[in-house]
Design a protein around this ligand. Structure first.
Ligand SMILES: NC(=O)c1ccc[n+]([C@@H]2O[C@H](COP(=O)([O-])OP(=O)(O)OC[C@H]3O[C@@H](n4cnc5c(N)ncnc54)[C@H](OP(=O)(O)O)[C@@H]3O)[C@@H](O)[C@H]2O)c1
Length: 275
C-alpha cells in the first residue's frame, strides 16, 4: 500500500517533465525531493550508491530515466532501481516510458515486476523538444534537418504528461494502468516546423536528410558516439510509422482532451524563446 501523502522522489526533477511534476506537487503542498545529479542528496543513474540515499523516506517515485529508455542497459537499471525502491518502502512508482520502443517496454516490465503499485505513462515525442531540447538550436538556426520525411507523429505537450503523472502519484485509481499518451493531432516534422515558422513570422525550413548524413552531422557537432547511436536508432526504428496513430491516455487519465500543438506553439512563441 502506498503513502500518497508522504514524500515523493521525482527523478529527472530538473528536466522537461520532472520539473513540471515537482511544481505541481509543491503547489498541492506535497513534500518533494528533486532527483538530479546536482540534488541534495544527488541521484545518478550511473552511480548506484546514490540511489538509496535519494530514496530515503520516499513513499512514491516518478521514474524518468536518462538519457533514454532505448539506451542499452536501461531496462536493467530501471528494474534494479524499482526493486531497491520497493525494498526501501516506496509503494508507488510512476514510469515515464516511450511508445514503440522495445527497450522501453522491457523497462516497463522490469518496473512492474518489482511489486509496487505502478502506473506507466507511455508517451509520444514531446512538443517541448522544439523549445527546450535538441530541436531548439536548429529552429533558431532556421533549418531543421532530420531523417524523418513524411512520417507523422502525434507530438504531446509535456504539461499533459505532468498532469497525468501527478494524477497517478496522488490518486488511487491509476494503479495498474498503462496510459499511452499522445497529442490530439498527427503532424510530420515538416508540419510542426511550418507551424512554428508561421507563429514566429520567421523563415524556418524543414530539410529531409538521409540517416547517414544525420549521423555525420551529429558527429561533426561532437555529439558523443553513444548519443549518435541512440538518435539514429530513434529516427530509424521508432519513427518508421509504427507510432503514427493517436492514443487516448490523456483522456482516460484526466477526463479531458490533450493540448493541441497549435496552443503549444502560440504560448511558446509568446515567451520569445524562438526569437
Ligand atoms: N523527449 C521525448 O520526446 C521523449 C518521448 C518519450 C519518452 N521520453 C523519455 O523521457 C525521459 C527523459 O528524457 P528527456 O529527453 O525528456 O530528458 P529531460 O527530462 O528533459 O532531462 C534530463 C533529466 O535527467 C537528469 N539527468 C541527467 N543525467 C542524469 C543522470 N546521470 N542520472 C540521473 N539523472 C540525470 C537531468 O537532471 P540533472 O542534469 O540536474 O542531473 C534532467 O532532470 C527518457 O527516459 C526518455 O526515454 C522522452
Amino acid at each position: 500500500m502506498s503513502d500518497r501523502n508522504g514524500l515523493t522522489l521525482v527523478l529527472g526533477g530538473t528536466g522537461k517533465t520532472g520539473r513540471r511534476v515537482v511544481e505541481r506537487l509543491r503547489a498541492r503542498g506535497r513534500p518533494v525531493r528533486v532527483g538530479s545529479t546536482a540534488g541534495d542528496p544527488p541521484f545518478d543513474w550511473e552511480d548506484r550508491a546514490t540511489w538509496a540515499p535519494a530514496l530515503a523516506g520516499a513513499g512514491a517515485v516518478y521514474v524518468s530515466y536518462f538519457p533514454d529508455l532505448a539506451a542499452p542497459g536501461a531496462p536493467e537499471a530501471v528494474g534494479a532501481f524499482a526493486e531497491l525502491a520497493v525494498g526501501r518502502g516506496a509503494g508507488r512508482l510512476v514510469l515515464l516510458s516511450g511508445r514503440g520502443e522495445e527497450e522501453a517496454q522491457r523497462a516497463e516490465q522490469a518496473l512492474q515486476a518489482a511489486g509496487a503499485d505502478w502506473t506507466i505513462v507511455r508517451s509520444s515525442w514531446f512538443n517541448q523538444n522544439f523549445s527546450e531540447s535538441f530541436f531548439l538550436e536548429p529552429v533558431l538556426a532556421g533549418e531543421v534537418a532530420l531523417p524523418a520525411d513524411g512520417v507523422p507523429e502525434p507530438f504531446i505537450d509535456v504539461e499533459d504528461i505532468a498532469d497525468v503523472a501527478v494524477a497517478a502519484l496522488t490518486e488511487e485509481r491509476h494503479g495498474g494502468q498503462v496510459y499511452e499518451v499522445t497529442g490530439p493531432r498527427l503532424l510530420t516534422f515538416a508540419d510542426a516546423v511550418a507551424e512554428i515558422a508561421t507563429a514566429t513570422g520567421r523563415r524556418i525550413r524543414f530539410a529531409p536528410i538521409s540517416i547517414e548524413r544525420f549521423a555525420a552531422s551529429l558527429a561533426d557537432a561532437h555529439v558523443p558516439p553513444d548519443i549518435v547511436a541512440l538518435l539514429t536508432y530513434l529516427f530509424t526504428e521508432v519513427l518508421d510509422g509504427r507510432n503514427a496513430y493517436l492514443a487516448d491516455g490523456v483522456r482516460r487519465a484526466l477526463g479531458r482532451a490533450p493540448r493541441d500543438f497549435r496552443d503549444f506553439v502560440r504560448g511558446t512563441a509568446a515567451t520569445g524563446v524562438w526569437d
